[in-house]
Design a binder for this molecule. Structure first.
Ligand SMILES: Nc1nc2c(ncn2[C@@H]2O[C@H](COP(=O)(O)OP(=O)(O)OP(=O)(O)O)[C@@H](O)[C@H]2O)c(=O)[nH]1
Ligand SMILES: [Mg+2]
Length: 451
């Protein structure tokens, strides 16, 4: 059943010349539109070749259309799609004609919002639609497809189900106040809340992976001036992106370049060299570098292999953990003996020449290994929750912790039960068992029009 009385219309393909453009309408007026425009209602899901004439009978385009009868459609409503010649003027004429016939222009995400409201998908699946469209790497596609299939929704349902069972058990004690709750037993309510909390924390931890998939792996190139950081960026990007010169202090501001590696989108960040200096500009550059390092997922520490090991600024060394750091001994072409080793104990290292390109395969292998240790999701279903999901999971965790401490303190079971009900509501936010228009507005505003 549809909740919407208006029929919406929007182009679903980007503006500009193309082979074909798609215009989509959804809502109760669709059968009427079919009759008015084409004089017939064809069988659903059948492509029909026809002339499109506007309300004044003027020819607009020779096109194909397809009717999807609700609820077996994307939105769950009657849907009519037009496949026109990909001329923006034709798209505009048809869209305007459909509006003149009573359709309202669709806002961002309106079609998917209707799909959600009509129960065609849960909220996590609706979010996956836009993730899928935006995905810029194999891994991101994979995670979005998983979520679109409802993997996260099912996980949340299962966790909610476990929580409901604990809740039922605790509520049983409300009805029999003479019985005491067994607070600390492993299989009692407290033990089961603790195990739920652990699972919720594990799921929330995948948000790090989610951020990496949605925004790319932030990989910062650090090192002393003149070590060859910008040369390495150019070599990895396969183009002369950054200025390279023999003068130390060439790079002042940081520079970003996206590359893909092992199915990931890598955001490479070239930075100002790190050293003690009197120059105000260089010092500012260095401060920015340290700031960026605070947000990086991976670190490429570039050293000039022909020179003694440099000092690292205070506060940086602690960040360079072996799981996420690769030491690059650059300028290997100038070395007569083997490359140095052991700059950062425990970290992977490679020797290469950004100038000649020798050693770049070793760098790729080492980076792939680093992506495995520092980035990948250890979730068996390859779930990667978003920041929004992580916030809801954090509320779940807090409410569970509060419920647990109520049980531990021997408070009346009503109090623990009320905390657990809040946790249940927070689970509901993830899949959309909520009645919150503002939240839906915000969420769907990030969508494209026509999706
Ligand atoms: N022989 C040799 N020279 C290199 C190599 N990589 C970089 N260089 C040279 O080293 C100098 C500095 O290179 P950059 O890439 O500008 O170094 P950087 O680390 O970005 O320097 P700043 O931006 O000043 O901090 C340039 O003259 C490069 O041509 C290499 O692998 N071998
Ligand atoms: Mg540079």
């Amino acid at each position: 059943m549809s909740f919407q009385s208006e029929t919406i219309v929007a182009p679903s393909t980007p503006g500009g010349e193309s082979a074909i453009a798609v215009i989509r309408t959804s809502g109760p007026a669709v059968p009427g539109l079919l009759q008015a425009i084409f004089g017939r209602t064809p069988p659903p899901r059948r492509a029909v070749h026809a002339e499109y004439r506007d309300r004044d009978g003027a020819f607009v385009d020779d096109l194909v259309y397809c009717y999807f009868r609700g609820p077996a459609s994307y939105t769950g409503e009657d849907v009519l799609e037009f496949y026109t010649h990909g001329n923006p003027l034709i798209v505009q004429k048809i869209t305007e004609d459909l509006m003149a016939r009573g359709c309202r222009p669709a806002g961002p995400g309106d079609f998917t919002r209707r799909a959600f409201l009509n129960g065609r998908m849960d909220l996590s699946q609706a979010e996956a639609v836009i993730d899928l469209i935006r995905a810029r790497s194999e891994r991101a596609l994979d995670a979005a497809n998983n979520q679109l299939r409802g993997v996260l929704g099912k996980r949340i349902e299962a966790l909610s189900e476990r929580l409901l069972q604990v809740l039922a058990e605790i509520e049983a004690y409300i009805d029999f106040p003479e019985e005491d709750l067994p607070p600390e037993e492993e299989h009692g309510p407290a033990g089961r809340i603790r195990s739920l909390m652990a699972d919720v924390e594990r799921l929330a931890a995948t948000s790090h992976y989610g951020a990496v998939l949605r925004e790319g792996v932030g990989t910062i190139i650090l090192g002393a001036p003149n070590a060859g950081k910008s040369s390495l960026l150019n070599r990895m990007a396969g183009r002369e992106r950054a200025i390279v010169s023999e003068m130390p202090g060439t790079t002042r501001d940081f520079l970003e370049e996206r590359i893909s590696l092992a199915g990931y989108c890598i955001r490479l960040l070239d930075t100002a060299g790190l050293h003690e200096t009197g120059d105000v500009l260089e010092r500012l550059g260095m401060e920015k570098t340290l700031e960026q390092a605070g947000e990086a997922d991976l670190f490429l520490v570039v050293l000039d292999a022909t020179r003694p090991h440099p000092d690292l600024p205070h506060g940086l060394r602690e960040r360079l953990v072996p799981d996420r750091t690769l030491v690059v001994y650059n300028k290997a072409d100038l070395l007569e003996n083997g490359p140095p080793t052991g700059f950062l104990p425990g970290c992977r290292e490679v020797a290469l020449s950004a100038l000649t390109g020798e050693g770049m395969e070793a760098l790729e292998d080492a980076l792939q290994a680093l992506l495995k240790t520092g980035i990948s999701s250890d979730d068996a279903d390859r779930i990667a929750v978003s920041a929004r999901h992580a916030r809801s999971l954090e509320s779940v965790r807090c409410s569970l912790a509060a419920g647990l401490s109520r049980l531990g303190a021997g408070d009346p079971p009503e109090l623990a039960a009320s905390e657990l009900r809040q946790a249940l509501d927070a689970f509901g936010e993830i899949i959309g068992r909520v009645d919150n228009d503002a939240m839906l507005d915000k969420l769907f505003s990030t969508f494209c029009i026509g999706k």
